[in-house]
Design a binder for this molecule. Structure first.
Ligand code: UDP
Length: 409
């Protein structure tokens, strides 16, 4: 097998033993065809990981295809409700007619899928979970769930379970986000990893980074708190604003940027959340709601993650939270919550802080703004933690294990 240039680049960050293990596992899967199916080609964590994963897989001799099934607005609205319930939302129902309409829509998308000839199918997330049951062609199949399904609302659990028997393996981003009751031997954790060579994660010279922030109208001489995340309910941007307001009482010059400029075509709710946030911000000129993806690209996200004074991730649920991994890689301690994916990454007091309450969150942010030495110390530890646990090669190893389990059967 030829070496993989993309993979070799990682030798500077990860142990050679890991790289060799990846080669070994990949060689036993040489020539295998894997088809990934998700709902958006850009925007959001799934697109992000597929963009990093697929080029390496190709170089390793595993043929990969990536099929995107776009959902209609009405299906997406149904999915937004399902997501709320799956992540533990207590209120809401899944009306039978909407369930039927979604299945009907997915049935129409099967034709192009039947043209794919793959040895393993990887179906991403809850939106597409019915696919394997709807078509025997999609076998063997892995259901790769990226949201936190550890404590679902019973109605959503019942809904999703009816589709799961058709899968050979269930993959989750962390042990704590696994849907309970699945056969243990068929569950696999695939931790996610970031690509440090992408323009979002590469070291950015300070002068360039500050210039990019200035172009976004940020005053780079004043402290800045940032949360990078789609404008979604579970990302809890309202709490970021509440905490910022408490911080401002003590540090009047502080600014807040909420960066959610993604064109995730599977996200219909963001416009609604953004409109609500504009009211919530009450015209405060120091709150920046950045949503225009023609202005905020990978480099701008990099600049915000690298040169803010403090990074927030206030999610109330999070399967993993790549934004946290990205910020930690840039030596930023994140003030996160106890959402499962964040606890997997943030070690409280070591490389960031876990604080669910607004006041505690504000206090940690004040501490980090006022004590830059502490911030740098935790930030360095955050970087090392990501280097040791959450770069693409670690994800690849888990991923190859999952593929081997299914392909062997
Ligand atoms: N992202 C981005 N631009 C933005 C906001 C987010 O490119 O304005 C990216 C972010 O850097 C990360 C991904 O979108 O790579 C979000 O992944 P995450 O796992 O944090 O959340 P998801 O949106 O998948 O729930």
């Amino acid at each position: 097998m030829e070496g993989s240039l993309h993979l070799e680049q990682y030798s500077q960050f990860v142990d050679k033993v890991l790289i060799n293990e990846i080669y070994l596992r990949a060689s036993s899967l040489n020539g295998i065809r894997v088809a990934h199916i998700n709902t958006t080609a850009e925007g959001g964590g799934v697109a992000e990981i597929l963009q990093s994963l697929i080029p390496i897989m190709q170089e390793l001799g595993l043929n990969h295809t990536w099929e995107v099934i776009r959902l209609s607005d009405s299906s997406q609205k149904f999915m937004a409700r399902l997501l709320d319930l799956l992540q533990g939302g207590e209120l809401g129902v899944l009306p039978q007619e909407e369930q039927d309409a979604h299945i009907e829509e997915l049935s129409h998308s099967l034709k192009p899928l039947r043209e794919i000839q793959a040895d393993v199918y990887v179906v991403h997330d809850f939106q597409l979970a019915p696919l394997a049951k709807l078509s025997h062609h999609i076998r063997p199949a892995i259901w790769f769930c990226h949201v936190d399904t550890a404590n679902p609302n019973p109605e959503s659990e019942k809904y999703i379970r009816q589709f799961l028997d058709a899968y050979d393996l269930y993959a989750f981003n962390s042990a704590t986000s696994i849907l309970k009751g699945l056969p243990q031997e068929d569950v696999q954790v695939i931790s996610l990893g970031i690509n440090p060579f992408s323009s979002k994660n590469m070291p950015l010279p300070q002068s360039e980074g500050l210039e990019l922030l200035t172009q976004c109208k940020i005053d780079v001489t004043r402290p800045l708190i940032t949360q990078v995340s789609r404008f979604g309910k579970w990302k809890n941007p309202w709490q970021a604003i509440d905490a910022y307001r408490l911080i401002k009482l003590q540090i009047p010059s502080v600014q807040l940027a909420l960066v959610g400029a993604m064109q995730a075509l599977d996200d219909v709710k963001s416009a609604e959340v953004l409109a609500g946030l504009k009211c919530y911000a009450e015209g405060d000129p120091d709150i920046y709601l950045l949503h225009d993806s023609t202005l905020i690209g990978e480099k701008e996200v990099n600049a915000f993650q690298s040169f803010s004074s403090v990074i927030f991730q206030r999610s109330s649920r999070e399967g993993f939270g790549l934004t946290v991994t990205e910020a930690m890689w840039k030596k930023q301690p994140v003030v996160g919550t106890s959402a499962t994916g964040l606890c997997r990454q943030i070690v409280h007091g070591q490389n960031g802080y876990i604080a669910d309450e607004t006041e505690k969150c504000a206090n940690y942010a004040i501490k980090l703004i006022q004590n830059r030495e502490l911030s740098h110390k935790l930030g360095k530890q955050a970087h090392v933690f990501v280097k040791n646990n959450f770069l693409v090669p670690m994800m690849i190893l888990d991923y190859l294990k999952a593929i081997s389990k299914v392909a062997k059967r």
